[in-house]
Design a protein around this ligand. Structure first.
Ligand code: B1M
Length: 217
């Protein structure tokens, strides 16, 4: 299975759709753990691609193509992950998810959403490039237990703080748990802006969300 995971990572890095789909299908057919495929395979490959991008070894169009391969592979793995949902897991804690304003990166947020759903949370995804006003309106309408804010750019991470400040100004801060994440986000940043929780990856986001809502799922 490790060879297939390596083949999947390679396919993501070189943006080979056919090889990526074939590798992920082989992994799924062999009952590989979907969380392992996503975290140890697909997320790692995208991180490595980001490092290559930084070094000038790949360029934007290639990264766009890799993101398309990622989405196609995710479309195969995610149903397997969701099928593992324990039907008896207590649910009802609603999580709103958003990638903050100015930021179009959503692959990681989507992964967090899928893992939360599998673990018994209800998830409503507000999408990417989401401003504070939309978030506030959605909180008023849906009264979630948690709002999860993802940011991947150093220029958009500060918007997580903007959202928290706007929640305070709207008198909503005490009604909702705020979780933050995304590659450049740190626990120190989360603490500084007064977020309630931070997670480094999707499985950790589930663990933290459970703790924050006091769930026994
Ligand atoms: Co962009 N990009 N990108 N990009 N991109 C980064 C982030 C960058 C680090 C690459 C690099 O230079 N090495 C760099 C940012 C540098 C910086 O901020 N200083 C960068 C840049 C510069 C840009 C553009 C500005 C490039 C340009 O146009 N010149 C542009 C910005 C567009 C915009 O947002 N306004 C841009 C565009 C793109 C693409 C569209 C091509 C594509 C995104 C496609 C999409 O998302 N639909 C893309 C990609 C793919 C990347 C990299 C290579 C990979 C990101 C990714 O999807 N990772 C990225 C490199 C990197 O991150 N090191 C890069 C896989 C994903 C599973 O991981 O998103 O980290 P991640 O999510 C993880 C955790 O972070 C965590 O759990 C997830 C699963 O484990 N997590 C949370 C995420 N959200 C969470 C929320 C939580 C908890 C945990 O609680 C709520």
């Amino acid at each position: 299975m490790h060879e297939d995971l390596e083949a999947l990572k390679r396919a993501l890095i070189v943006a080979d759709m056919d090889l990526g789909i074939a590798a992920v299908q082989r992994l799924v057919d062999r009952d590989a753990d979907p969380t392992w495929i996503l975290e140890e395979g697909m997320a790692v490959a995208m991180f490595d691609l980001g490092e290559m991008w930084k070094r000038g070894e790949v360029f934007l169009p290639e990264v766009v193509a890799s993101a398309e391969v990622f989405k196609a592979c995710n479309a195969i793995v995610e149903p397997v992950l969701l099928a593992r949902k324990d039907p008896d897991a207590p649910t009802n804690a609603l999580v709103l998810l958003a990638t903050v304003k100015g930021d179009l990166h959503d692959l990681g947020k989507n992964m967090v959403g899928a893992m939360l759903r599998t673990s018994g949370f209800d998830v409503h995804d507000l999408g990417k490039d989401v401003g504070a006003d939309t978030i506030i309106q959605a909180i008023r309408q849906m009264q979630p237990a948690i709002i999860g804010l993802s940011a991947l750019l150093t220029t958009t991470v500060p918007y997580q703080e903007t959202v928290i400040k706007k929640l305070e100004a709207a008198g909503l801060r005490d009604t909702v748990i705020v979780m933050v994440g995304g590659a450049p986000v740190t626990p120190e940043w989360a603490e500084k802006i007064g977020a309630d929780g931070y997670a480094n990856n999707a499985p950790e986001a589930v663990e933290i969300a459970r703790k924050l809502v006091g769930a026994s799922q």
